[in-house]
Design a protein around this ligand. Sequence first.
Ligand code: ADP
Ligand code: MG
Length: 237
Amino acid sequence: MDRGELLYEGKAKQVYRTPDPDRLIQHFKDDATAFNAQKRGTIVSKGIVNNRISEVLFGVLERAGVATHFVERLSERDMLVRACQIVKIEVVVRNVIAGSLATRLGRPEGEALPEPILEHYLKDDALGDPLLNDWHIRFLQLATPDELAAINATALRVNAVLRPYLDARQIVLVDFKLEFGRHHGQLLVADEICPDTCRLWDKTTGHKLDKDRFRRDLGAVEEAYQEAARRICGVAA
Ligand code: ADP
Ligand code: MG
């Protein structure tokens, strides 16, 4: 499938049209941003790793009956996906306290949660992706109540599928962000699932295999992405 017109350039990816109006190409870049793009940098080969890991994890979800936008990986950095109208909500599922939740609730990073916590953020860089509750979502008409119920149930199902998959690969799924898209009346898990959008900790040492290494200047960023790819895909990217 050939790349057509550049539809959108985001922080980590470019989105291109294809000859088929129902299909888009996501091109994965090495660009890295954090803290609402105040911090910028490059993680060498990140695009390749994120494309591969997303391919594998979308495949795991599809086989578990979760509908996603994934069609096929076309090349090192290009993925063919179903064209969606993206729901402007970033859905976060948390199994362990980390990042902004530790700050917001004043609890230590690493505290295991007795049940997953689900959060919604407005997908709006200009506003800094603020936290939303159900009333905000209704007021802003970001999703219908039925859509929101389906989004929440699917997000928890994704967690239930990915947690054991990653656990078997010696990775704790601490938390992750999902985006959903509307495609011919169907709700699909869209965007990417990778070390940019998940917190992945080594099961025995707690070593971080995700974008927190970049956010917090922990070093060995590329090595961590490669290690995540090795464990999740069975090969280095
Ligand atoms: P951003 O800076 O907005 O996070 P990215 O660099 O992640 O952007 O580029 C991917 C963009 O494409 C995102 O805005 C995402 O919402 C959107 N997107 C992801 N999957 C699809 C899809 N299947 N159809 C349409 N848009 C998509
Ligand atoms: Mg993005």
